[in-house]
Design a protein around this ligand. Structure first.
Ligand code: G3H
Ligand code: PYR
Length: 207
């Protein structure tokens, strides 16, 4: 799978912060049941790598990857845990060199035209726009499409059910990312039905 195919695999990529790996399979199962199968598990918690491993092994249909990949060693640990892709809020020269388009899709993060050009120079055409709303949102994506029409984005940061469809209507948006699909309260309450309902709404945003 290419990074472009990954971004086009579903309309919304949930940004998951999993503190208890014991909840990972139920959470992923609830999202997949609602039609959301591309899952970003952020490497922000000690449980993240175990969560990725468990989802990969036990949730058929899930495309599980690692988010918040900040360094080459993060990327190595994610691959060792079985991540099917990696995604980052930003880019560094070391990260671009370590993740240069290879067999596993990697999606660097950008916030400006220059960063997008840096990623393009390194061979990437699929990128996260982060933090999307804060750096210009839809207006920025429309502007970038002029000089850089070959790029496909996953805007993340400030996206919610009220603005997701407008992002998805843009020609250079493959999917949007967001944390709204796995609210802390629903996770704490093990309210998997609520999470499946949120996933179903998100899946209906399909372009
Ligand atoms: O850290 C933030 C994540 O990228 C998702 O942002 P969000 O909570 O605005 O959806
Ligand atoms: C910010 C974000 O989406 C990430 O940590 O990958």
């Amino acid at each position: 799978m290419t990074a472009e195919e990954l971004l086009r695999a579903g309309p919304v990529m949930p940004v998951l912060v999993i503190r208890d790996a014991g909840l990972a399979v139920d959470l992923a199962t609830a999202l997949v049941a609602g039609g959301i199968r591309t899952l970003e598990v952020t490497l922000r918690t000690p449980a993240a790598l175990d969560a990725i491993r468990q989802i990969r092994d036990r949730v058929p249909g899930a495309l599980v990857g690692a988010g918040t990949v900040l360094s080459p060693s993060d990327w190595q640990r994610a691959q060792d845990a079985g991540a099917m892709f990696g995604i980052s809020p930003g880019l560094t020269p070391a990260l671009l060199a370590a993740t240069r388009p290879s067999s596993l899709p990697f999606v660097p993060g950008v916030a400006t035209a220059s960063e997008a050009m840096t990623a393009l120079d390194a061979g990437f055409t699929a990128m996260k726009l982060f933090p999307a709303e804060a750096v210009g949102g839809q207006a920025l994506l429309k502007s970038l499409h002029g000089p850089l029409p070959q790029l496909l984005f996953c805007p993340t940061g400030g996206i919610h059910p009220g603005n997701a469809a407008a992002y998805l209507a843009l020609p250079n948006v493959g999917c949007v990312g967001g944390s709204w699909l796995a609210p802390e309260a629903a996770l704490a309450a093990h309210d998997w039905a609520a999470i499946t309902a949120l996933a179903r709404e998100a899946a209906a945003l399909r372009k």
